[in-house]
Design a protein around this ligand. Structure first.
Ligand code: DHB
Ligand code: MG
Length: 239
């Protein structure tokens, strides 16, 4: 990609070139993820897998936390789970929730091929059902929760993620900018409105310290939310 004329190439192309250049420095060749991408394309999945820079951030965060218990909401083809698994502490495990049985099967196969079959449990079904059942049975808190599912239910997912957290738990939410549409109060897109409801809710929670960062990568202009559950006298679990 030729980036020598920054004012004559569209920002998007330039950003894709920058992502590629940064990736050459920081991201080694990745046959496991390439193979998941191929399987996802062959299965007709939409090309909405987590972007590599954010995927790498998930690995980095898990490493920084020494994460042993990770929850992913929205498995798709399994690439997010691969990035999370790469940062897991020894013996760590990921639970990944996927509504679509075909996607869940595909992800299970891909994760097994990547040697991660024992680290990741892909659960088929509605995430809210699993989350409510987990809360009801007193599931121990997770170290990190990555939310990358349907955007309409974002607030519901974050609420439950918080209930399944402890002080220090990190919550990451993908796709909070949506080409800038998050700034449009009247945006007709139900997903964007779902993200807005989530942001409003998080912004009013004293027990969450959160920020949202815009990103431009090969997939376009989007962003992610990063939050940590604050400590508190009596703990922060919400019942
Ligand atoms: C969409 C969903 C995603 O998780 C993503 O990263 C990009 C797009 C979508 O539903 O359009
Ligand atoms: Mg996403």
């Amino acid at each position: 990609m030729n980036d020598s004329h920054p004012f004559t190439v569209p920002l998007f192309r330039s950003a894709a070139g920058v992502e590629e250049a940064l990736g050459r420095f920081l991201l080694p060749a990745d046959p496991a993820l390439d193979s998941i991408e191929r399987a996802s394309v062959a299965a007709g999945l939409p090309a909405i897998a987590v972007a590599k820079p954010l995927g790498r951030l998930l690995s980095v965060l898990c490493l920084a936390l020494g994460a042993k218990r990770v929850l992913e909401i929205g498995t798709l083809g399994g690439s997010g789970a691969v990035w999370l698994a790469r940062g897991l502490a020894t013996g760590g495990r990921i639970v990944s929730l996927e509504l679509d049985a075909g996607r869940a099967d595909l992800a299970r196969r891909s994760l097994a091929d990547a040697g991660l079959g024992d680290s990741v449990e892909v659960v088929t079904g509605a995430a809210l059902d699993w989350l409510d059942a987990a809360i009801a049975r007193g599931e121990p808190p997770f170290d990190l929760v990555f939310i990358d599912a349907d955007k309409e239910h974002s607030r519901d997912y974050v609420k439950r993620a918080l209930t399944l957290s402890r002080p220090g738990t990190v919550i990451v939410v993908d796709n909070v900018v949506r080409e800038g549409r998050v700034a449009d109060v009247d945006c007709p897109d139900a997903g964007v409105q779902g993200i807005r409801r989530m942001l409003e809710w998080i912004g009013a929670r004293p027990d969450l310290a959160a920020t949202a960062l815009q990103t431009i990568d090969a997939k376009g202009h989007d962003g992610f939310l990063l939050a940590v559950v604050r400590g508190g006298d009596g703990g922060t679990r919400i019942d």
